[in-house]
Write a protein that binds this ligand. Structure first.
Ligand code: OS5
Length: 238
């Protein structure tokens, strides 16, 4: 089986790559379209890992390459997010139920915010992967929240913008890549799920909180992603 794991920033994929190095898994590297893809063999299975760079366009490139070039059959996204829901705090882990693009606006033509004709406002993550994630969480005693993720090419750092995204999309967390990975996976019929650990609260101090907690939150998501791989049949001694 070939599974692709995408993060946006190098900090989001480094804990994964280091874990596989520590396990002695054979690793090769290939550069394509501005990204480095790590091809890691785990027994008979392969995992492809790359950080896309920030934003929806970069993440869409990476997801497309993983699927159309490397032949990944499932895609997992691992990274950090800004928390919108009041009870989400730094370090909490969230899996997306569905994702939307909060910066899509063709309402001048009567369309709802976030909607693109022949597409949809929300794209649901794969039900089987999400169910497996909850099973894994229960097994290892890790709290895993499920909620709506809104993506856009903006770092949200204000109470007013945060409130607007909650009001318009009912989102629990905000980031800058997940929905574009959802669009690509949906277009190719590839099951996907999105894990995000909270690095900040998308408010006036989001930049400070993000800098402080990026690394630790990224590790939370990466550790869980490794457990998911194990549950998917990868022979990992975690
Ligand atoms: O990938 C971007 C989205 N991520 C999730 C996230 C988020 N998204 C929106 N709003 C929030 N409040 C969010 N909280 C977490 C995180 C990431 C945000 S953009 C961070 C940019 C930080 C940065 N800029 N320059 N550097 C770092 C230095 C640098 C230098 C060379 C190469 C790469 C980076």
């Amino acid at each position: 089986m070939k599974v692709g794991i995408i993060g946006a920033m190098v900090e989001e994929v480094t804990p994964l790559i280091e874990a596989f190095r520590g396990l002695g898994c054979p690793t090769a590297q290939e550069n394509l379209g501005g990204n480095t893809y790590y091809k890691i063999s785990v027994g008979a299975n392969e995992v492809y890992i790359a950080y896309s760079k920030i934003g929806k366009v970069h993440a869409a490139i990476t997801a497309s390459v993983m699927i159309a070039h490397f032949g990944c059959e499932k895609i997992l996204f691992s990274g950090v997010a800004g928390g919108l829901a009041k009870d989400l705090k730094v370090g909490d882990l969230l899996i997306a139920s569905k994702l939307c693009q909060h910066d899509v606006d063709i309402s001048a033509f009567g369309h709802p915010l976030g909607f693109i004709p022949e597409s949809a406002t929300f794209i649901a993550a794969d039900a089987e992967l999400n169910a497996l994630a909850h099973k894994v969480a229960k097994l290892i005693g890790k709290e895993l929240r499920e909620g709506v993720i809104a993506s856009g090419d903006q770092f949200i750092a204000s109470e007013s913008k945060k409130a607007w995204i909650i009001k318009e999309f009912g989102a629990d967390a905000v980031e800058m890549e997940g929905a574009s990975v959802a669009v690509v996976c949906n277009a190719f019929g590839v099951p996907f799920c999105v894990f995000r650990s909270i690095s900040d609260s998308a408010d006036g101090s989001a930049d400070v909180s993000f800098d402080e907690f990026l690394e630790s939150a990224a590790k939370v998501s990466a550790q869980f992603t490794l457990q998911m791989l194990k549950a998917l049949g990868y022979a990992l001694e975690l």
